[in-house]
Design a protein around this ligand. Sequence first.
Ligand SMILES: C[S@@+](CC[C@H](N)C(=O)[O-])C[C@H]1O[C@@H](n2cnc3c(N)ncnc32)[C@H](O)[C@@H]1O
Length: 213
Amino acid sequence: MEILPDLLQQYLETHCEPEPDLLKSINRETYVKVLKPHMLSGHYQGRLLSFLSKLMQPKCILEIGTYTGYATLCLAEGLAEGGEIHTIEVNREMEEMIRKNFAASRYGKSIFPHFGDAQQIMLQLSDKIYDIAFVDADKKNNLTYFERVIGQVKTGGLIIVDNVLWKGKVYNSDANDADTRLIREFNDVVSADARVEKLVLPVRDGIMLIRKK
Ligand SMILES: C[S@@+](CC[C@H](N)C(=O)[O-])C[C@H]1O[C@@H](n2cnc3c(N)ncnc32)[C@H](O)[C@@H]1O
């Protein structure tokens, strides 16, 4: 079940900023060449990430889950002068495409791709302070990523977590598989966490915005 019906999705896409040409071609290439292309953020969610980043003007961003680099490039659009974005991908088969996509972008020099398991790479990046962290990798580890990253997010900083509605399964009491239970648990724990303000947006598969107090 898609959260947004196709017609609404189309309407939203024609009433926001157009998808930049490079992102359009990455979107197309991902759908032609890569497995599970629906994982890519896409036009509307990508514009949301770009919009949030431009509001925040971040000096440093962390992304967990690069895939083909689409969301990385959206987030990079808002970087402050001299800012940097670190993005982590475990699948080495993506490396060539990721590097090619970043090299084609004017933000390429601000982007630092890391290849390996996110928990390991996060240790190597433990001296960084983030304005934005985008958590979009293996969903079962969302809580681990949240707990690890929150200490490195500055006050007023933003943690963005994708797929928190899990195709509607989190609020459908019939769904009780292991993945759904873990995502429910994540949503419940963060909702009760007094260190942060939170808001779930019903965009695509559900995006949680978490602001550190
Ligand atoms: C949903 S996709 C990311 C989509 C991308 N953020 C975007 O919006 O275009 C998730 C990615 O996380 C990667 N991933 C899964 N587990 C990971 C882990 N433990 N460490 C780092 N990356 C991981 C997957 O290989 C996949 O490419």
